[in-house]
Design a protein around this ligand. Structure first.
Ligand SMILES: Nc1ncnc2c1ncn2[C@@H]1O[C@H](COP(=O)(O)OP(=O)(O)O)[C@@H](O)[C@H]1O
Ligand SMILES: [Mg+2]
Length: 119
């Protein structure tokens, strides 16, 4: 079921260095979003904050009616595919994509149909 993600006034600072400054936007159901910017501008930091792998300094992250930023990564129902190093090299593309769904006990038929729909 597609969801809306809402980023509200998100700020990230490391000590007194501000990386992301009061970012707000929404991602609507089934919308495909790309963040484009020079190296070091904060793209990965933003994704890590949404996934829960990086703390946020200020602001909130919502998925539909749920506030995400107060939840641990495993409770957010968010997946992140890293730029490097995080695929399981001994597994097929299909196995890599199915891994998270298998872990939460998703029916094999649903995994198959989602996999097929991703191409
Ligand atoms: N743990 C950290 N401590 C201090 N600065 C950091 C840390 N992690 C990332 N940064 C800085 O945050 C900025 C944004 O990094 P990043 O999100 O990786 O950029 P991008 O993905 O857009 O290339 C960079 O200037 C980087 O040096
Ligand atoms: Mg990056």
């Amino acid at each position: 079921m597609p969801s809306t993600i809402e980023i509200k006034n998100l700020t990230k600072r490391y000590d007194n260095l501000t990386i992301l400054d009061d970012i707000s936007f929404s991602i609507n159901p089934s919308e495909f979003i790309v963040f484009l910017g020079p190296s070091g501008c904060g793209k990965s930091t933003l994704l890590r904050m949404i996934a829960g792998l990086e703390s946020i300094t200020e602001g909130e992250i919502w998925m539909d009616q749920d506030r995400l930023d107060v939840l641990p990564p495993g409770k957010r129902n968010i997946s992140m595919v890293f730029q490097n190093y995080a695929l399981y090299p001994h597994m097929t593309v299909e196995d890599n994509m199915a891994f998270g769904l298998k872990n939460i006990g998703t029916d094999e038929g649903i995994i198959q149909s989602r996999y097929q729909a991703s191409f």
